[in-house]
Design a protein around this ligand. Structure first.
Ligand SMILES: C[S@@+](CC[C@H](N)C(=O)[O-])C[C@H]1O[C@@H](n2cnc3c(N)ncnc32)[C@H](O)[C@@H]1O
Length: 237
């Protein structure tokens, strides 16, 4: 992805013992970037979800397809659980699925409670998140129950459009009636594919926007990437 981020760091940052200054600075930069990305995602939800007519049910269940490290899980939980930015809700259940084992392991760690035991870090999964490693083509074998909200953030449609059509068809069968689909794409080209795939999977498109909160998206050509550059909302009727 095009490098568009230049996060300023305070000059006198002191690295903790055992970490070099460079490693520490890189870690801080990464955290700041994730924070900015999450804030922008929240603004996107706040601006556009009300325009779809979707009414958030009690204890919403959210399925995130191709979730990767799932930075947005806390944002989805907080927004649909009626919490301020930076907080999640125990009343929202978020399930993420991805074929990449390393990414799923990363997501599991990020959304675990941490404890130090005998000088070692122990990760305890939290009840309101579940991360599944597997091919989402087999969604109904891997995931239980139905969902109010289905998310696909930046699905890699250019590489494997046919695979994603199958995934979206499966997801549609697991979406509750009146449920909401939220898909976003890095580029205008991918977004054109997303529209096609969502129609093929028989969701009904209700809002298709060039996201005004997308980070770093000004003056880009249709090939260049930017987070959640376009967002597509669809419903299951
Ligand atoms: C471009 S990444 C987006 C990741 C994340 N949603 C984000 O926005 O940062 C696409 C993700 O889809 C996952 N993926 C691709 N094919 C998949 C499949 N058949 N089943 C589950 N996940 C898949 C990849 O492993 C990858 O993490």
């Amino acid at each position: 992805m095009k490098q568009l981020i230049n996060l300023e760091l305070e000059e006198d940052l002191e690295a903790p013992i055992g970490i070099s200054k460079e490693e520490y600075e890189s870690l801080i930069r990464k955290s700041k970037r994730i924070g900015e990305e999450r804030e922008a995602y929240r603004k996107m939800l706040k601006t556009y979800v009300p325009m779809t007519g979707f009414k958030v049910p009690e204890n919403p269940r959210i399925l995130n397809l191709g979730c990767g490290l799932c930075h947005e899980a806390i944002v989805l939980s907080g927004y649909f659980g009626g919490k301020p930015f930076g907080f999640d809700s125990k009343d929202v259940f978020v399930v993420g699925i991805d074929i990449n084992e390393k990414k799923i392991e990363g997501a599991r760690k990020s959304y675990s409670s941490i404890e130090f035991e005998d000088g070692k870090i122990k990760y305890h999964p939290r009840e309101n998140y579940q991360f599944i490693c597997g091919d989402a083509i087999r969604l109904r074998d891997l995931v239980d129950g139905e969902f109010d909200i289905v998310v696909a953030r930046h699905p890699n449609l250019i590489d494997q459009k046919d695979v994603w059509i199958m995934i979206f068809e499966e997801a549609n069968m697991m979406t509750k009636d009146k449920g909401l689909f939220i898909g976003s794409s890095f580029t205008d080209f991918e977004h054109a594919y997303l529209r096609e795939c969502i129609s093929d999977a028989e969701y009904f498109q209700c809002l298709d926007v060039k996201n005004i909160h997308s980070l770093y998206s000004e003056n880009l050509s249709p090939h260049e990437t930017s987070y959640d550059r376009n967002v597509l909302f669809a419903r299951k009727w």
